[in-house]
Ligand binder design. Structure first.
Ligand SMILES: *Cc1c(COP(=O)(O)O)cnc(C)c1O
Length: 374
């Protein structure tokens, strides 16, 4: 049995699988020297929009920029509240705060780890302007109920789809259900660039036009600035790389789903908790997350055995030092706090072999036996 390390994600293996396609795409951009926006970006935007089943995709500099621009176009600003989940990457709330609005958290459903619609309803006030559900680990949030709330109350619904490229809610792709959706192409995401990148998707042509302008300094023509924008463009090398990878995305998501099913089978008697799979939802398995007892010890033991496990996320956002001023305290969101203490992300990536997965499972079972025998 091999004893090499098993990483959380293996971008080198992915590159080696598609090296010729990637190298020639990058060389094409180097030769045509059209490095910012241009045809490469427009081509990728068209293909990514088609993939998501939406009319428009607007390429931007990162997932964080995608969130910020979407919220900005929705008119979110000082005095507004935006409801989101406390169990997510910091950028989800950071974008809200950066626009001068207040993130208001609503606890998760412990079965899916995604925001609980009933608690979203309870968190609404007259100042609520938008809801930002996160499709955590690739598992779409309960968009039916969330759309109802948004519609009834006249709120914007903006998906944080940064982890959910290729996931489905019923027969709709993640990124096609809200007024807008934010995607990240951070290298480790299911569709990852070789640097930073992101996109906003929307079926609204008017919003898409404004997004295209504000990502590029509010420009209409080169020296005519019609509004105050941002410098948050997607660059052509990243777009060329993403166009190549997009052709493989469905195969990669399928392999992730196979690995996830195999983890569930191999760990069914291990006494660990899973992210529940609802019949109407198909996760893209950006991450495969379980709940374990004594998580930090299990994590250390896995690292000692060469397994690159991770934690997403150890500190819920309402308890982050940067959000002290919001006045939240431990116990405010018990399910998110419990999850933060228990979750463990196991390695999952399309190039992972069954044999590598067996080694992860074996190491995990050993670690669990050790923490239980004391
Ligand atoms: C990765 C991520 C982001 C931020 O994306 P960047 O491209 O790193 O700026 C936002 N939200 C979630 C849920 C993420 O996983």
């Amino acid at each position: 049995m091999s004893t090499t390390r098993i990483p959380l994600v293996d971008l080198k293996a992915q590159y080696h699988g598609i090296q010729d396609e990637i190298d020639s795409a990058i060389r094409r951009v180097l030769e045509n020297t059209n490095f910012i926006l241009g045809k490469e970006v427009a081509d990728f935007e068209r293909d990514f929009a088609a993939y998501c089943g939406v009319k428009n995709a607007v390429g931007v500099a990162s997932g964080t920029a995608a969130l910020m621009l979407a919220l900005d176009v929705a008119g979110v600003g000082p005095g507004d509240e935006v409801i989101t989940t406390p169990l997510t990457f910091f950028a989800t709330a950071e974008a809200i705060s950066r626009l001068g609005a207040r993130p208001v958290f609503a606890d998760i459903d412990p079965r899916t780890f995604d925001i609980e619609p009933e608690l979203v309803e309870e968190a609404c006030t007259p100042r609520t302007k938008a809801i930002v559900p996160v499709h955590l680990y690739g598992m779409p949030a309960e968009m039916g109920a969330l759309s109802d709330i948004a519609m009834r109350r006249g709120l914007w619904l903006i998906e944080d789809a940064a982890q959910a490229h290729g996931a489905f809610y019923r027969d709709e792709r993640a990124g096609s259900m809200g007024d807008m959706a934010a995607f990240s192409f951070y290298p480790g995401k299911n569709l990852g660039a070789y640097g930073d990148g992101g996109a906003v998707t929307t079926n609204d042509d008017g919003l898409a036009n404004v997004l295209r302008q504000i990502r590029n300094h509010g420009r209409k023509e080169k020296y005519v600035h019609e509004m105050i924008g941002f410098g948050e463009r997607l660059d052509a090398i990243q777009a060329a790389v993403l166009s190549v990878k997009l052709r493989h995305l469905d195969d990669w998501v399928l392999r992730r789903r196979k690995l996830a099913a195999r983890y569930r089978e191999l760990l069914k008697d291990a006494g660990v908790g899973f992210q529940d799979e609802m019949v109407h939802i198909r996760s893209s398995y950006h991450l495969f997350v379980i709940r374990v007892p004594e998580r930090d010890r299990v994590l250390r033991m896995l690292h000692d055995r060469g397994i690159g496990a991770g934690v997403h996320y150890p500190v819920p956002l309402h308890l982050q030092p940067a959000y002290r001023h919001l006045g939240y305290k431990p116990g405010d969101f018990p399910e998110a706090e419990r999850a933060a203490a228990e979750v463990l992300s196991l390695p999952i990536y399309p190039e992972m072999t069954d044999e590598q997965q067996d080694r992860v499972v074996e190491a995990l079972l050993e670690a669990l036996a050790e923490v239980r025998n004391e």
